[in-house]
Design a protein around this ligand. Structure first.
Ligand code: BG6
Length: 325
């Protein structure tokens, strides 16, 4: 029955609506109110985790983008440096991983050849390799020292949705655990983060059931004939743009470019014509004002801006032609 569409038009739409459950199940029995996290399947005890010097993440496609989001979480919450690389490049480069390093292979299917090869290279160098995957018993779990399972259920859609979100949640849990073990987070700080993470399933449900989700359809309809899209974001908004652009390419075959907003003036701004749609991730953050100035730059070139913004931020409406709250 999991392989049925349950009344949805497509598997992808069904799986988008399964995200609250995927998030809830991925954190269940791991995340505790006091901010502690159980992840025994990592096969790294707390003492070993506390000694981790650096982390490398290897993945492909949407899983790679989850790794880029995870890097912000791990570095911010635990202070451990993270290097994220597409597996097809990592496997042919000089591998500097070694004992005392943690290498995470993120692969929803657990079978992607480049990711498996990159994990093997790291393991041969003596790193502790963990498979972050959605499929128990997949090849990645057999080639790794430890595992971290997303519990998103079967994902039929070719474009990953609920598994991507579940990967980010799993990395958030790892970041929280590392942050506590490294004393980079105080007990109080960990408790606050734990309650914010625990609230995610409800937040996603509320969004999916809200008018905001319908507004997306209206915006999509009015821009569906444009020949090109540019996605811009800053900080954690950059991997969000990479993933958004990948989805647009994979699902609608519209040529799309995604860039860190600060880089836009060094090239891609030349691609903008009158009316070019530019999607900007402009959610509330310490770089919000910088994103607004980038929006003004592209508006000056005649582009039309679709902003992804935090509900209630009235300032963004002065700058964007459309807002996805
Ligand atoms: C691609 C899929 O073939 O593989 C992407 O189209 C996916 O959606 C990528 O992100 C990586 O797959 P996996 O299973 O290693 O996460």
């Amino acid at each position: 029955d999991a392989a049925e569409k349950a009344g949805f038009e497509t598997f992808m739409l069904k799986e988008i609506h399964e995200q609250p459950t995927a998030i809830h199940d991925t954190m269940a029995d791991r995340l505790h109110e006091d901010g502690s996290v159980d992840m025994a399947e990592l096969a790294l005890d707390d003492a070993a985790l506390a000694r981790i010097g650096k982390i490398q993440i290897v993945a492909c496609g949407t899983s790679y983008h989850a790794g880029l989001v995870g890097r912000h979480l791990i570095e911010e919450w635990s202070g451990v440096p993270v290097h994220v690389e597409v597996a097809s490049e990592y496997r042919y480069r000089t591998c500097l991983a070694g004992p005392g390093d943690l290498v995470i292979g993120i692969t929803q299917s657990g079978e992607t050849a480049d990711t498996l090869a990159a994990m093997r290279v790291a393991r041969q160098r003596g790193a502790h390799v963990v498979a972050l995957t959605n499929i128990m018993g997949s090849q990645a779990t057999r080639d790794a020292d430890g595992v971290m399972y997303t519990r998103a259920g079967l994902e039929i859609g070719v474009a990953a949705t609920k598994t991507h979100v579940a990967q980010v949640v799993a990395l958030a849990l790892l970041s929280l655990k590392l942050g506590r073990l490294k004393w980079h987070l105080t007990p109080e700080g960990a408790r606050e983060l734990a309650s914010e993470i625990a609230a995610l399933p409800g937040i996603v449900s509320t969004y999916l059931d809200s008018d905001a989700a319908n507004d997306v359809a209206d915006v999509a309809r009015s821009y569906s004939r444009r020949p090109f899209f540019l996605y811009l974001g800053r900080h954690v908004g950059v991997p969000v743009c990479f993933e958004g652009a990948l989805k647009l390419k994979e699902i609608s075959y519209i040529p799309t470019e995604a860039y860190p907003a600060g880089e836009m003036k060094h090239g891609p701004i030349a691609l903008l014509d009158e009316g070019s749609p530019v999607v900007c991730v402009a959610t509330d953050s310490h770089v919000f004002d910088k994103v607004v100035s980038n929006i003004q730059e592209v508006k000056a070139r005649g582009a039309q801006v679709i902003a992804v913004a935090t509900e209630g931020n009235s300032e963004i409406e002065e700058h964007a032609d459309a807002v996805l709250w």
